[in-house]
Design a protein around this ligand. Structure first.
Ligand SMILES: NC(=O)c1ccc[n+]([C@@H]2O[C@H](COP(=O)([O-])OP(=O)(O)OC[C@H]3O[C@@H](n4cnc5c(N)ncnc54)[C@H](OP(=O)(O)O)[C@@H]3O)[C@@H](O)[C@H]2O)c1
Length: 425
């Protein structure tokens, strides 16, 4: 394999620098990916000189030296927020030398391509004739767009994921909060990763787990720098976090009702309570650790009572609202959950809905588990996500990442950061 050399200047305190030299020399995994890691010189650096001169003066306009063409598939909550964030940062990015342009947008039925430099975001909301969505045509258009090309899949659909490999092998990077490719069939997942390698493009999906929280990038950094990850555990659903952070003060169905009223649940709360969304995130993390599981290899404890799995709402129940009707159906099961919570409380524990990846054993699972009140998971609030990484370096205390793991603003910001990473901005 051909090895790449890149010069990297690291500003670090003396002790850190010496440790870095040791780890760099020991890291054969990086060499295997084709990057040579060698320390050439250790030198004292004045940190103020590491900051490149940029247009700091207000109103300065400079010539951009590079450009990024962005195509967005999906135009819902996350995509609209992303378009706004990109627009707001355009001047700063240009000032720093990069022109960022959204040149194509697709919804499920129609799309806009900026063939003559039109503002596609405006065009999407204008009352004008639209092109029918054709994601192959969308990909061809992106391929012929100037500069670096990035397609951002902001859908929850499988159709864009089916095209990632062809986009990536054509040199177009893909950024996405959509969990379909990361947790779908292993064969397609491998094709996507291989296509990125072959096409010299990037496949970035930080926001598929924990929205804007640095969970996947933290894991990747641990692995790339030669740490040995033993176990990854976490609360990966903001909705399920909220349901158990209430501490059992109210009936479970009442908390589900509140979560639904706050917009935390899917229109049908069974889609949250069945744990499949968490199962997908666990599959993504497991694969990142080299444990190549299919979704069906990951047992899930569903919180939907067996009898309600096949509940099909009547016309009247639909008219009243799916969530409200479901909550009423859930009420008779409150006692079962109350007993579990009381049992945990009697042992000084609380219930948390967790996903676990046991890297050494190559297994993963999703379950409602009792944890001691001193455990980091017991301290979650509101709709927090939390993840612990138990590794060879992070021992005996694990590395912990915690914070809000859902919401359009933080998800869009995470995707935005991935776009800049893909374009090396
Ligand atoms: N919202 C969050 O807080 C959050 C957090 C983390 C991750 N995510 C993930 O981010 C993604 C987007 O979430 P969202 O909340 O923005 O969803 P959303 O509001 O439901 O928007 C989804 C968009 O995808 C479009 N779409 C569906 N199938 C399509 C197809 N085949 N081709 C083109 N467009 C298609 C829809 O088109 P129409 O408008 O025509 O229906 C809609 O505009 C999902 O994968 C979600 O799981 C969301």
């Amino acid at each position: 394999m051909m090895a790449m050399r890149r010069a990297i200047v690291v500003a670090a305190p003396a002790l850190t620098a010496l440790s870095l030299v040791g780890q760099c020399r020991a890291q054969s995994a990086i060499r295997a990916t084709g990057v040579l890691c060698s320390v050439v010189t250790l030198r004292r650096i004045d940190p103020t000189q590491a900051v490149p001169g940029s247009c700091r003066a207000a109103g300065t306009v400079s010539e951009a030296s590079s450009s990024v063409s962005i195509g967005i598939v999906g135009f819902g909550l996350v995509a609209r927020e992303l378009a706004q964030q990109l627009e707001k940062q355009r001047a700063s990015l240009r000032c720093a030398g990069t022109d960022v342009n959204i040149v194509a947008v697709a919804r499920s039925r129609y799309m806009e391509l900026s063939t003559q430099g039109e503002d596609v975001i405006k065009a999407m909301t204008a009352d004008s004739k639209k092109r029918p969505t054709d994601l192959n045509q969308f990909g061809d258009f992106m391929h012929s767009s100037p500069g670096q090309r990035v397609i951002v899949d902001c859908t929850a659909d499988d159709a864009p994921a089916e095209l990632y490999a062809s986009w990536l092998s054509a040199g177009i990077s893909v950024v996405t909060p959509n969990k379909r490719a990361g947790s779908g069939s292993i064969d397609r997942y491998r094709q996507v990763r291989e296509a990125a390698r072959a096409g010299g493009s990037r496949f970035l999906y930080e926001t598929t787990v924990g929205a804007g929280l640095p969970i996947l990038s933290t894991l990747q950094d641990l692995l790339r720098t030669g740490d040995v990850v033993h176990k990854v555990e976490g609360i990966f659903s903001g909705t399920l976090s909220f349901l158990f952070n209430d501490g059992g003060r109210r009936p479970f169905s009442a908390v589900v009702r509140e979560a639904s009223e706050l917009g935390f649940t899917e229109p049908d709360p069974r889609e949250d309570l069945n744990g499949v969304d968490v199962q997908r995130k666990v599959a993504i993390l497991a694969r990142e650790c080299g444990v190549h599981l299919e979704l069906s290899d990951i047992p899930v404890e569903s919180l939907v009572p067996k009898d309600l799995e096949s509940w099909s709402p009547s016309e009247a129940e639909r008219a009243e609202g799916l969530a409200i009707s479901f909550v009423r159906k859930l009420e008779p099961y409150d006692e079962v959950m109350a007993q579990r919570m009381a049992e945990a409380e009697s042992k000084g524990e609380v219930l948390r809905y967790v996903g676990v990846i046991d890297v050494a054993n190559g297994t993963a699972m999703v379950q409602l588990r009792a944890v001691p009140k001193s455990h980091p998971f017991a301290g979650t609030q509101h709709a927090d996500n939390i993840v612990t990484f138990a590794t060879a370096r992070y021992t005996p205390r694990p590395l912990v990442v915690q914070g809000p793991g859902a919401g359009a603003a933080v998800t869009a910001a995470g995707a935005f950061a991935d776009i800049l990473r893909a374009a090396s901005v």
